[in-house]
Design a protein around this ligand. Structure first.
Ligand SMILES: [Zn+2]
Length: 186
């Protein structure tokens, strides 16, 4: 059988260049951090912070981690597994610690999601934070937290330095949970 003869008519392109507004595609589908977060630069070390440009329900994907490179542990790295630390190489770096975080870093899925516990979801202008011990087992620089939450834990170190019972109240990455069990903290 021969294929149906081609017509000389040209079909209109399936996706003609249109006047549709590309910003109608949600920013988290093709993670465009410039549309997801705003970095508020503050002079001085470690004080810059990020706020949300989008509203999302609790549990929704906020961003994906798309440009990581392996690195030695440092203040700027995130622990992705038992023996992998990464630099984010993006403005996700400015997502600071909070004891009541708005986001979670899921290092198995390489995505950043709105915390399931965030009542009412993420709103525009919200501070973007995650709970550092949820990814970090040990931390070179422990610090006094200034999140000002009622539930602030004070000194923050890696999970191995924190109270195991307190950590139960947080969504932790699987490498942290495994290490807590191995070290008898759980
Ligand atoms: Zn705190």
């Amino acid at each position: 059988m021969s294929p149906p003869s081609a017509t000389t008519e040209t079909a209109p392109p399936a996706n003609p260049p249109s006047k549709q507004d590309p910003s109608k595609i949600p920013a988290w589908v093709q993670p465009d951090l410039t549309r997801l977060l705003r970095v508020n630069h503050v002079p001085g070390s470690y004080t810059s912070y990020a706020t949300s440009l989008v509203a999302l329900p609790a549990g929704a994907v906020f961003a994906r981690i798309t440009s990581p490179t392996p690195a030695s542990p440092a203040y700027s790295t995130v622990q992705a597994s038992r023996d992998l630390h990464i630099e984010l190489n993006s403005d996700l770096l400015y997502i600071n610690h909070s004891c009541r975080p708005s986001l979670v870093f899921d290092m198995e899925k390489w995505e950043v999601r709105v915390s399931e516990d965030l009542e009412g979801g993420l709103k525009v202008g919200d501070l973007l934070t995650f709970f550092y011990p949820s990814t970090e087992w040990a931390m070179a620089q422990k610090f006094e937290c200034t999140c000002e939450e009622k539930t602030c834990l004070g000194w923050i170190g890696g999970a191995k330095e924190m109270d195991g019972a307190v950590l139960k109240g947080y969504r932790l990455n699987s490498h942290i949970e495994a290490l807590l069990r191995e070290e008898g903290k759980w």
